[in-house]
Design a protein around this ligand. Structure first.
Ligand SMILES: [Zn+2]
Length: 324
């Protein structure tokens, strides 16, 4: 999820200029993705051989399926092999459009909007957007956070699982809580965020996430919530908290402003309460990934962000199919 800002490549502006054409024309889209993936040296995604040739039709034009032939393994391939595009029939220009829209819209873009703009079925549009979020959540082993790290949780209202029973006030309130899912996040001061939904926020679940995401030497800053007071053992780098209920929001360098900013400005206001209204628990992590990606690429412009996201499509081949 974490991503270094600015690693976009040297011929950046030239590639950026190709995005509008890639969203409109299939050949332009295929060549755009090929260039992003291979540069000037196409290689076979099955065996890695560099000795590959573009296949042509009798008129000498490019093969209608954009096939290549590998001289190493003698097999044919396209640029889709080994990427999130592999088992999809959606044209690459529509993929490019989806990436562009997802990355250029602050609030995110809904499957319904993509359906209207592209003519895909709603089901295909939902599939497309889920996969794009999956690519945005790439980076299976991001570096651990260090220095001063802020940790906090928020509660996200999801789709109700059961019809509301109004008969008992007590059960209605319980119902309300059962619809909320906690999302836990850590942010380096002025740095990147990591976030994930959790079944429950307890000292144990939070302690496990911190151990996975944060260097032991990092100092953790939180609010006064009791959850953070018993992180198993004392945290090696130290733990400081501000007391929100006493009106304290910063004490010297100790604050949770950055992580609260991620929740309020990125995840909730722009995304989940804006465009998506309510998201089912099952898919919440994808939306969290999307907005963490946007937060972590906030220093890039829309085109650069789209390039980073499309590049993540490579090597993010799905082991299990994503169903809408
Ligand atoms: Zn090969």
């Amino acid at each position: 999820m974490a991503r270094d800002q600015g690693k976009v490549g040297e011929q950046k502006s030239e590639i950026l200029q190709a995005i509008p054409a890639a969203c409109a024309d299939e050949t332009a889209a295929v060549e755009f993705i090929e260039r992003l993936r291979w540069g000037n040296e196409p290689w076979c995604p099955r065996c890695g051989d560099l000795n590959a040739r573009q296949m042509q039709d009798r008129q000498g034009n490019r093969n209608a399926r954009y096939l290549w032939r590998c001289h190493g393994c003698k097999k044919q391939f396209t640029v889709r092999i080994g990427t999130i595009f592999e088992d999809s029939r959606i044209p690459l220009r529509i993929w490019c459009h989806g990436f562009w829209r997802a990355c250029s819209s602050k609030k995110g873009v809904s499957a319904l909007q993509i359906q209207r703009e592209t003519g895909l079925s709603y089901k295909s549009a939902l599939f497309l957007m889920h996969r794009i979020r999956f690519a945005m959540g790439a980076d299976p082993r991001p570096p651990k956070r260090s220095g001063a790290v802020q940790a906090d949780e928020t509660y996200v209202r999801g789709k109700p699982r059961h019809k509301k029973r109004m008969s008992e006030r007590y059960s209605a309130r319980r119902e309300e809580w059962s619809k909320k899912t906690p999302v836990f996040a850590v942010v380096e001061r002025n740095g990147n965020v990591r976030a994930r939904p959790m079944e429950r926020v307890t000292s144990q679940t939070v302690g496990a996430a911190l151990a996975e995401w944060i260097e032991p030497s990092a100092e953790i800053h939180t609010d006064e919530s009791r959850v953070y007071h018993f992180l198993g053992k004392p945290w090696p780098g130290g733990h400081q908290s501000v007391n929100h209920s006493a009106g304290e929001y910063a004490r010297g360098p100790v604050t949770t402003n950055s992580v609260e900013g991620f929740f309020s400005l990125f995840l909730l206001k722009r995304g989940l309460y804006g465009t998506f209204h309510s998201v089912s628990k099952k898919h919440l992590h994808r939306y969290v990934d999307e907005f963490a990606f946007k937060y972590n690429t906030r220093g890039l412009d829309d085109g650069e962000r789209a390039l980073v996201a499309i590049r993540s499509a490579e090597g993010r081949q799905l082991r299990s199919r994503i169903r809408p």
